[in-house]
Design a protein around this ligand. Sequence first.
Ligand SMILES: *Cc1c(COP(=O)(O)O)cnc(C)c1O
Length: 232
Amino acid sequence: MNSGFEDISENIKRIRCNIEEAKVRANRESDDIRVMAVTKTVPYERVNFAVSQGFELLGENRVQEYLEKREHYSEKADVSFIGHLQSNKIKYIIDSVSMIQSVDSISLAEAISAQAVKRGLTMDVLLEVNIGGETTKSGFSADELSESAFRIAELDGIRVCGLMTIPPPENSSLYFEKMQRLYEDMRSLPPKSADIHLLSMGMSADYAEAVRFGTGMVRLGSALFGARTYKA
Ligand SMILES: *Cc1c(COP(=O)(O)O)cnc(C)c1O
């Protein structure tokens, strides 16, 4: 059954070990830290192998790629959308994802709300924070986050569940610490009709560091599946 996927098995062992060690160092032994398998550019057979090894939570970046792979995914897969999402594409994914982690503007939140209401469902979302203030990345600035969260939580068909970020590659611990503070602020004074329980941060290069700063979910692509052959 494992044939051809030994590399993933090895990576899984290493990831589990690294996370356990990071939890011990951070005094977080009893915390549940979830691992999302980020699937961009990865063939569905390899994704399904990860699912079969307990990595059921999948993160999708691109609508088109997801639509092509979706029908081949294991029934156990639990898919979240984590990439930049255009409002006119929401309708293609909203019925089959359990969370959208990349809500980066009020207008996108409004468009998700409209589609959710149309279908009589409630979509769990995370607000993406551009914590490094980088012009190349989307997301709310730290300054506008709180007001935006209050506005988005008012929308029908949306449940604000927390925050997601992709920090700058350098000095990520500095940014993780800022995120932890923003998240704790939001938890202590949550917008009405929000259910703040998830901080999604940490990727292949820095997930052990993110454990130190309270992450509840790390999102791993290359550490799990190997280096991507083309840039995502
Ligand atoms: C690609 C991607 C990841 C995973 O990146 P790796 O460095 O390969 O672990 C995580 N989150 C988002 C939003 C991504 O686009």
